[in-house]
Design a protein around this ligand. Structure first.
Ligand code: BES
Ligand code: MN
Ligand code: ZN
Length: 486
């Protein structure tokens, strides 16, 4: 990750980023707080303010207006709109400014004197998230530093650290998800988790494979068609004195062909992203450790490739899950719920957590119902649903609660097993109903994040490609939970 620094001293040659808020030209106050040391500071402020006043639309969130060089200084000025001045506005401003700059350009953000900690945090998150580049991309990464000029750097240090940990978690989730499936098989993903854990104290990982998966009948069935056998990763952050234990479960299909129920060409194109849930829960658990949150967290990721071959599981096969219950496979493309069932049953039986949160790129129906940026949220618990929605809204990830409606629950019935895997009915709801059985009596929520896991183009704090959806929401939620455990 490139550096963002808080500093009191301006640099003559650096490009100015002047935030413009809802109250019009904030630049005058910004500059007066920050241009100490500039020759002609007052004249510069006045000229900048005059230019801002003539520039229409400059305050819109994420809009950048490039000004000519005031007073013939060497550097240019990027007027950057912060919209309503809320967290989303500041994130948009940060992302837009970094995109408007060349990779080696040094940016100096003139922070208004009245900017709060949430503003700074969001600004920095936006800069890092908008400046994200896939780690194996051929393009050179950002090399120019970003300086935030303020009279009181100490008051923002904690917010900058929070932003950095959040952005680093999101970068990790994006990198894992952007990695091609020729590289990213279950063993590789598990190795990435082990390596990330080894960089931290207090984080441990167990990777199960082969015979150790004997009770994970769903994972073995789904992974059975691949040359790359399945793995089950259990990552644990267990700080002393933690009173709450949260289990995070993430779908980790490293590529989804649909199996024997093979997908059409277009539907398969992006299926390297089908482990976005696993990436998000791992990244969030590591981020929680980096934040030293006083909550116990276990992240579970069932990892398998849903491939087509002579050893692939078939429609009509009956699968025995970790809890001994059975599912009749009625569509090999409904593989996510089958591997998640084992993970959820494992959590309920062996970990006995206070709360289980499940994240999965589970159904195409998520996008049919809610469009491209909104996850579907399911939970029987109103308080939990509200808290997650609020955490997501603050973090910049939207979700919308859908009902666990029993309208078509009878379609889950099977003649030869406890349930079928792909019942007729509204797709995202039916998948949630399928999973419901496996949470036991624990508080739970399930997020179907198929749609928001991918951005087809750069869009504010999202960079084209994997979005890392979920890492930010989970970190916010876990931080809030740590502050006031309920
Ligand atoms: N991984 C897909 C869901 C998906 C679709 C994620 C598009 C992201 C974008 C999942 O395994 C799947 O294939 N679901 C089926 C379920 C159906 C067979 C019951 C679907 O949504 O069509
Ligand atoms: Mn599928
Ligand atoms: Zn899938």
């Amino acid at each position: 990750m490139f550096a963002i620094r808080l500093t009191t001293t301006a640099d003559e040659a650096a490009t100015w980023v002047v935030p413009v808020g809802p109250d019009g030209p904030a630049s005058a106050s910004a500059a007066s707080a920050a241009s100490a040391g500039e020759p002609n500071a007052a004249a510069l402020d006045a000229e900048t303010a005059a230019l801002v006043a003539q520039t229409t639309g400059a305050a819109q969130a994420g809009q950048v207006t490039v000004l000519p060089r005031p007073l013939n200084r060497p550097a240019r000025v990027l007027l950057t709109g912060t919209g309503d001045g809320d967290e989303a506005g500041w994130r948009a401003a940060g992302a837009a400014a970094v995109r408007a700059a060349a990779a080696d350009e040094v940016l100096e953000v003139r922070l208004p004197a009245d900017a709060g900690q949430a503003a700074l945090r969001s600004l920095a998150e936006g800069i890092w998230l908008g400046g994200y580049r896939y780690r194996d991309a051929p393009k050179a990464p950002r090399s120019g530093e970003v300086r935030i000029i303020t009279g009181t750097p100490e008051s923002y240090e904690q917010s900058l650290t929070q932003a950095q940990i959040t952005a680093r978690a999101t970068w990790l989730a994006r990198d894992l998800t952007n990695t091609p499936s020729s590289v990213k098989n279950p063993e590789w993903f598990a190795g990435q988790v082990v390596a990330a854990a080894a960089e931290r104290t207090g984080v441990t990982v167990t990777v199960r494979s082969g015979d150790e998966l004997a009770r994970f009948g769903g994972l073995l069935a789904v992974g059975g068609g691949s040359e790359s056998p399945p793995r089950f990763v259990e990552l644990s952050w267990q700080p002393a004195g933690a009173r709450t234990h949260v289990v995070l479960v993430g779908k980790g299909i490293t590529f989804d062909t649909g199996g024997i129920s093979i997908k059409p060409r277009d539907g398969m194109k992006l299926m390297k992203k089908d482990m976005g849930g696993a990436a998000a829960v791992v990244a969030a658990a590591l981020g929680a450790a980096d934040l030293n949150l006083p909550v116990r967290i276990t992240a579970l990721t069932p990892l398998a490739e849903n491939a087509v071959s002579g050893s692939a599981f078939r429609p009509g096969d009956v699968i025995t899950h970790y809890d001994g219950s059975t599912s009749e496979n009625t569509n090999s493309d409904a593989e996510g719920r089958i591997v998640l069932a084992d993970a959820l049953a494992y959590a309920a039986e062996t970990l006995r957590p206070d709360l289980v949160l499940n994240l999965a790129t589970l159904t195409g129906a998520n996008a049919v119902a809610l469009g491209k940026r909104t996850a579907a949220l399911y939970s029987p618990d109103d308080d939990l649903a509200a808290a997650l929605t609020e955490a997501g809204a603050a973090a910049g990830e939207r979700m919308w609660r859908l009902p666990l409606a029993d309208d078509y629950v009878e379609n889950l019935r099977s003649d030869i097993a406890d349930r079928v895997s792909a019942p007729a009915g509204p797709g995202s709801v039916m998948a949630a109903l399928f999973l419901r059985d496996f949470f036991g009596d624990t508080r739970w929520a399930h997020l179907d994040m198929s749609a928001p896991s991918w951005a087809e183009a750069d869009d504010l704090d999202l960079s084209k490609g994997a979005t890392g959806w979920g890492a930010r929401t989970l970190l916010r939620y876990l931080a809030a939970l740590s502050a006031s455990p309920s």
